[in-house]
Design a protein around this ligand. Structure first.
Ligand SMILES: CC(C)(COP(=O)(O)OP(=O)(O)OC[C@H]1O[C@@H](n2cnc3c(N)ncnc32)[C@H](O)[C@@H]1OP(=O)(O)O)[C@@H](O)C(=O)NCCC(=O)NCCS
Length: 196
């Protein structure tokens, strides 16, 4: 990955020029989606989830981008610091060259270094292999319940075909990993990043 670098910084601190490029990539991937009507002008994510942006750059060109979102999770009677991937995207002109995998693997390392007990997120079933190739672990039968306690947004809702990916960073999380497959995990990241 010669000449490439990864920039890691809070979403709110991403320089505007880079933010606009990310918003363009997101708009291509999710038209009218997470960027909203004014691309690049506003944060995409709920600030309460402490969004951390990872940008894969060649010079000043954004080749791929994603955000890490974090919150506390209470599951099976224990509290964990959980971090998930969101808005993972590679520039369509540069797909299929390993950039997405490189960034998603880096995000796994960053999440662990920044104190998460575990990583947790969902993706469409067809992308499971993409994330597994970057070191993430499939949790068979697990359902991530997004949204809020009042308005849950589960990953097994009608019309969805999603799987849950995870990483167990701390010794405590690893000890209790059996609590996660085949379970409903009430993450509840809120109304903005419903399933982060
Ligand atoms: C998914 C995405 C980020 C992959 O980025 P990329 O830079 O092209 O991926 P890579 O080149 O690193 O691919 C790594 C591996 O995953 C596979 N892969 C990549 N995209 C895939 C896809 N959409 N479906 C299935 N497998 C895919 C590749 O074939 C490759 O496997 P290989 O090593 O066996 O050849 C990109 O296709 C994208 O931006 N898609 C639109 C947004 C999106 O769906 N994001 C995911 C939200 S959960």
């Amino acid at each position: 990955m010669d000449g490439l670098r990864i920039l890691v910084l809070p979403e709110a601190g991403v320089p505007r020029e880079l933010k606009l490029q990310v918003a363009e990539l997101q708009e291509i991937a999710w038209p009218g989606g997470p960027s909203g009507p004014a691309p690049g002008a506003d944060p995409v994510h709920d600030p309460a989830l402490r969004p951390l942006s990872l940008l894969l750059l060649f010079g000043d060109r954004v080749l791929a981008a994603l955000d890490l979102l974090s919150k506390g999770l209470v599951h099976a009677g224990r509290t964990y610091a959980a971090t998930g991937l969101s808005t993972v995207v590679t520039d369509p002109a540069h797909r299929g060259r390993g950039y997405g995998r490189h960034l998603v693997a880096a995000a796994r390392a960053v999440a662990g270094e920044r104190g998460a007990d575990l990583g947790l997120f969902t993706c469409d079933r067809g992308l499971q292999g993409f994330y597994e190739g970057a070191g993430w672990e499939w949790l068979p039968g697990a359902v991530l319940v997004g949204g809020t306690a009042e308005e849950p947004f589960p990953s097994d809702r009608e019309g969805f075909d999603k799987v849950v990916l995870a990483a167990f960073f701390t010794e405590r999380a690893r000890r209790h990993r059996a609590d996660f497959p085949h379970r409903r995990i009430a993450l509840h990241p809120g109304a903005i990043d419903k399933l982060w």
